[in-house]
Write a protein that binds this ligand. Sequence first.
Ligand code: FAD
Length: 811
Amino acid sequence: MRTHAQAVVIGGGVIGCSILYHLTKLGWTDVVLIERDELTSGSTWHAAANIHGLHDSTNISRIQHYTMGLYKELEQETGQGCGVFQPGSLYLAQTEAREHQLRLQAAKAKLYGMNFHEVDRAEAERLHPLVDYDGIRCIMWEPDGGNVDPSGVTQAYATGARQNGAEIMRFNPVIATEAQPDGTWIVETEKGDIRTPWVINAAGLWGREVAALAGIELPLQPTEHQYFVTETIPEIDAMDRRLPSVADRDGEYYLRQEGQGLLVGAYEKDMRFWAEGGTPLDFAHDLFDDDLERIEDNMMRAIERVPVVGTAGIKRVINGPMIWSPDSNVLLGPVPEKKGYFCCNGIIPGFSQSGGMGLMVAQWIIEGEMQYDMFPWDMARFGAWATQGAAGKTFTKERVRDQYANRFKIHFPNEERSAGRAVRTRPVHDLQLEMGAVMGLNYGWEHPLWYADTPGASDTDGFTRQNWWDPVGAECKMLRERAGIIDISNFSKYRCKGPDAETWLNAVFANVMPKAVGRSCLTPLIGVRGGIAGDFTVTRLAEDEFWIIGSGMAERYHARFFNAVPCPEGTVFESLTDSVCGFNVAGPDSRTLLQRLTNASLKTEDFPFMRSQRIELAGVDVLALRVSFTGDLGWELHCAEADQLRLYTALLDAGKAFDAGPVGGRALMSLRVEKGYGSWGREYSPEYWPQEVGLDRLCKMNKEFLNKAAVADVLKNEMRERMVLLHLDGAMTDASNADATGGEPIFKDGQGVGRVTSGAYGYSVGMSLALGYVKGVENGDMVDVMVLGLPHKARVLAEPPFDPKGQKLRA
Ligand SMILES: Cc1cc2nc3c(=O)[nH]c(=O)nc-3n(C[C@H](O)[C@H](O)[C@H](O)COP(=O)(O)OP(=O)(O)OC[C@H]3O[C@@H](n4cnc5c(N)ncnc54)[C@H](O)[C@@H]3O)c2cc1C
């Protein structure tokens, strides 16, 4: 047995085999896959293996399209059949919201050149005559939809990988993975040890157990899942073609032809967890007993829609396990705390995504970063808060229950699911609830989204303006006209302290760190391909001490970048996120309001924009920064968590004299869009180059910093597209009762020219606005933004409608 490999993949399901194949495709041939049993012996062998291209997320759509195209290529390349049937898929909308979702997806498909378009009832009846289309509002057609043979696909990846030089060892369980002092790993198997710089956990149903071998806890939980196959149906038997699959997601089942019958699967409300205490090691090509009663409701809806389902006998029932993450997306990426350990676990649509997922893993490992921004897949979107303690465990379990039971529910923009919460709260949490706060979840923290008139309210969901639209408008107006208090405790905060703090921060960030104590700077963090991996505010508090503030949801993601530059001995870089809370007090009255609580002078000459001071405010020690993401006059005030309630109460009390009060995160979104500010995860992502986002001036090329060579290369290029602010024509958005939310395609004269990244109504300027990326479009041009999938006229603005010259900000 070999004793060394460039990478060791643990698990020979469809995902592990695709990863192995793609590693070889990208040039690594000294790679091994270790499978404890036969290939496919987890979820893979018994899958229904339906494949779909379209997804709400554009990058996931791209990955699914790549995967669908790959299967036929794999057959050619390897000679191994993948059992690809692509008779197409029909998507049915029974509700207005589903219609909005499908129309939006069709608009995206047009922009990205994907095949997905509307058909009328007559065409749908021709395509699938066994469906009853009564009550269907809109039908979309994806000609490439279909299904594959799960074992065939897995074997094809394995054959392709072997042909390219990879080795696959079957019937050889991995029993330990030990990190070595030299940064490599020893993978211990029953047949011997292998040393490698990269361990890749693709152990599917056993992802938790394999991770635990390396001391890693993953938020995963398996469930049962059932589908059944009918006997031959004479109407199908009589056809000379294969029927398309039916995606009737409002009916909560999936349905396709199998043999001369039909296959129907369901994500039932009365779901069942499996193996809560751990996946049994002796489980392989096994199934559970049938329990069709549990999916009876879904079956009845399938029978109503496709009546022949009810006339045929059931030939076979499959009830098998699958393993879920709390948001049903894969947990993918190098574990930030374990160099050389890569996870790819918790995959639900393995057959729609295997190819692109394998490619993303191989790119990340070999090239250092994926070509797409795949943060929704990054395992770093969850932290220890999702696995540890009773709250973490409840979170994962209840989220998985909710994800399973609502698998086909629409994921609305601004959606906030309540299952499994609260996990992490701050001292002001109960007070905020009493004040009517409707909470959202941000990297485990509860944080106020908006304030309802009475406690206990929650969001309504939809693509149109919802119940929070008016209250958020009132909060925005309050802040813009008087003042508002925004809880920003969910921002990530770090301290770097020590003799080499400045040197180290300069080696990490692209901008030059502030020279003078009390000064702040904005700085990008550059990704491996030269894109924007992060944006931070850095403040110098002392000769040897800096505070760094960034995106809360990206804290664990950013840890990978901070770990990439060793911090010199004697200098400490640490997260303060858990121990420090903050408020942003902003608006024209914010200075007068705050001045009542402190002896420190807040006058412009004493406390100008982008400066910081440690001050006492309402008897609380705070770090005050003269910055505000609202784009208005304002201060960020950071204090110890223990002082948060005291500070908040004082701010609210002082606010009463100004008719000022709490403002939530949704209002902040609107305020920053009015000002044209980009935000990490939307406008700022590793996919975008600094010059496209307007951050190139903050990349100081006369010093060394992380990924400088990459950014030097991209800065030589012309912009591919640029970030712009759009004003959506009022009449049309009012008629639709909707604003852009992010992801909407932008067309000009029928040609795709870009897409929206953030959208919001600008209440203080009375404009529906969107930030986005466009190419070949000038300021002042009119374009069509596909809100709800339908064209809405919009003008490209030359400057932000709120405070374009930054006078209020600097006042
Ligand atoms: C009933 C059902 C229907 C489904 N239908 C669809 C569908 O229509 N479309 C779709 O896209 N997806 C579908 N899926 C989901 C799909 O099956 C999964 O997404 C996919 O199989 C996951 O593959 P995997 O490689 O991650 O995991 P697995 O298939 O679980 O493979 C993991 C492998 O790791 C091996 N392993 C574990 N521990 C060790 C160890 N210590 N040492 C060595 N090897 C180890 C296991 O033996 C196993 O072979 C369905 C799933 C079920 C249950």
